[in-house]
Design a protein around this ligand. Structure first.
Ligand SMILES: [Zn+2]
Length: 424
C-alpha cells in the first residue's frame, strides 16, 4: 500500500488555483516549527520532515558521541563510559569469541553460546542471565513494535497510530535519534515505549566486547540526551545476540527483546525477498493467529519503521491484525512493566489498564527543551549505513509519504490549506 498523494492534483489552471496555492505555501512555510516536538510532529510533508534541522541540545553534544553510522568505540574523552565499562567488564565472559557472520561450519552444533543467529536460542546457557523476551505471556496478545526508527518521515505513521489510540514499542537506532531527535521525542510524547537498537546497527556478536558495550551505551546515551529517558530494554539488530552480548546488555540494565515471527519487511531485496514475500508473511501470520495459535500465549512479530513500505504495510494490515488478535499492546505493557525507564516520572499502564482503555498514564508530551544553547553543526549529511544489510538512513527512505492532514492554525489557515490540498 502506498499512502495517497494528494498534492498537485490539477483541475485546470486558474488564477484562483495560483493564488490559493501560493497562499498555502506561504502559510505553511510560516507555520513550520522545527524547534519543538509539537512543531515537528505537525509537519505532514515527508520532504519537509526529512530535511535536516539543527536541534542544539543534541547537536551541541556531537563530540560526545561516535560518528553516526560508524561502529562505536568508547571515546577517549568519555570518562563516564570508561568507568562504566571498567565496572562491568570483569563479568563479561572471555571464553566466547566474537562470531563470524554468517555462522561458520566450525561453530559447535550444541550452540554453547546460545547464539540466536545460529539456532534461535533465547534461553541463555550462561548462569545468571534472564531469558530473552521472545513471546508475551498474555493470551491473544501481540507485543506490537517497530525497529530501526526514528524514521524521518514517520509522522503519517504515528498520526495513524494516534488515530487508533494505538501504542507500540519503538526500537531506536542511536544514529537516527541523533539526526532526528524531535522525531524520537514524538514517540514518548505519543505514549509509546522506547527501547534501544544500538548506535549503528551492526551484527553485535561479531564485535569485541568493548565495541558491543559502546554500541549499546551510546544508543542509550543518545536517547537520554534527545528524549530524556534511560531505556531498560533493547533489541539486537538482526537478532544477532549470544551470551557474551547478553551479559553486556544485562549489565547495562537492559531486557533483551526478540521475536518469533518475522514479516521480513526490512529485508526486501527484490530477489529472494520481494514485496510479495512480505505480503505473504503478513497473511500467513494473520491466518496463524486466526487459527487460535496465540490463544494461550501471546506473540511478538518483527516489523519496522524503516521506510515508506514497511510503515505502509503496517497500516494496511492493522485492521486484520486487530481482527484476529484481541490485544495489540507495547511489549512493556504486555509484561506489566509499568516503569519502562530508569527515571520514575514516566509510567506505562498495566496490561489490564491498557485493555480497559487507559493507554497512557504519566509522562506523555514533553515540555519544550531549550533550543538556544549552541549552533554546533548537525551530523545529518554524513550518515551512511554500516553495511549493505543495515537499514538505510532515514533521510534516504522517506519515499512518497504525503498526507492531507494539518492540525495547527486558526480557521482561516485551515480553509486555505484545505483548498490547496484538494486542488482548488
Ligand atoms: Zn534493525
Amino acid at each position: 500500500m502506498q499512502l495517497p498523494v494528494n498534492f498537485g492534483r490539477g483541475r485546470g489552471v486558474s488564477s484562483r488555483i495560483f493564488v490559493v496555492s501560493l497562499g498555502c505555501l506561504l502559510v505553511n512555510a510560516a507555520a513550520l516549527d522545527r524547534t519543538t516536538e509539537q512543531g515537528e510532529a505537525s509537519i505532514a510533508d515527508p520532504d519537509q520532515e526529512c530535511a535536516p534541522y539543527d536541534y542544539p541540545p543534541v547537536s551541541s553534544q556531537t563530540n560526545s558521541f561516535p560518528p553516526g553510522w560508524m561502529t562505536a568505540s568508547i571515546l577517549s574523552s568519555d570518562s563516564a563510559a570508561s568507568a562504566k565499562w571498567n565496572s562491568i567488564s570483569a563479568n563479561i565472559p572471555t571464553n566466547i569469541d566474537p562470531q563470524t557472520q554468517p555462522p561458520s561450519s566450525s561453530y559447535p552444533s550444541d550452540d554453547p553460546a546460545c547464539w540466536w543467529t545460529y539456532n534461535q536460542c533465547t534461553t541463555p546457557k550462561l548462569a545468571g542471565l534472564p531469558p530473552d523476551v521472545a513471546t508475551v505471556p498474555e493470551p491473544s496478545t501481540l507485543g506490537y513494535g517497530f525497529d530501526d526508527g526514528p524514521n524521518c518521515s514517520h509522522n503519517v505513521f504515528y498520526d495513524f497510530l494516534a488515530s487508533q489510540n494505538q501504542k507500540a514499542t519503538f526500537y531506536f537506532i542511536g544514529s537516527n535519534v541523533q539526526d532526528y531527535p524531535l522525531e524520537a521525542q514524538r514517540a514518548l510524547a505519543d505514549g509509546h515505549e522506547i527501547c534501544a537498537h544500538t548506535w549503528s546497527h551492526p551484527y553485535m556478536t561479531t564485535l569485541s566486547s568493548e565495541a558491543a558495550f559502546a554500541e549499546i551505551w551510546y544508543s542509550m546515551q543518545m536517547i537520554k540526551l534527545a528524549v530524556g529517558v534511560t531505556v531498560t530494554c533493547w533489541r539486537p539488530p538482526f537478532g544477532d545476540v549470544d551470551d557474551r552480548i547478553r551479559s553486556i546488555a544485562n549489565a547495562l540494565g537492559l531486557q533483551t527483546i526478540m521475536w518469533e515471527y518475522d514479516t521480513e519487511d526490512a529485508s526486501v531485496d527484490g530477489k529472494t525477498i520481494t514485496d510479495q514475500t512480505v505480503v505473504d508473511n503478513y497473511n500467513n501470520f494473520i491466518s496463524t493467529a486466526g487459527n487460535g495459535t496465540f490463544n494461550s500465549t501471546g506473540v511478538i512479530l518483527l516489523t519496522h519503521e524503516l521506510n515508506n513500505f514497511t510503515m505502509s504495510e503496517a497500516i494496511t494490515y492493522y485492521p486484520q491484525l486487530t481482527s484476529v488478535i484481541q490485544h495489540l499492546v507495547p511489549v512493556g505493557v504486555a509484561l506489566n512493566k509499568t516503569q519502562p525507564y530508569v527515571e520514575t516520572n514516566f509510567s506505562l499502564p498495566t496490561f489490564a489498564q491498557y485493555i480497559a482503555g487507559t493507554r497512557t498514564t504519566t509522562g506523555s508530551r514533553l515540555s519544550n527543551a531549550t533550543t538556544t544553547s549552541s549552533t554546533a553543526p548537525s551530523t545529518s549529511a554524513s550518515e551512511s549505513p554500516s553495511s549493505s544489510s543495515s537499514p538505510s538512513p532515514a533521510a534516504s527512505s522517506n519515499a512518497a509519504f504525503k498526507v492531507t492532514e494539518f492540525s495547527y492554525g486558526p480557521h482561516l489557515l485551515f480553509l486555505l490549506l484545505t483548498l490547496c490540498i484538494f486542488g482548488f
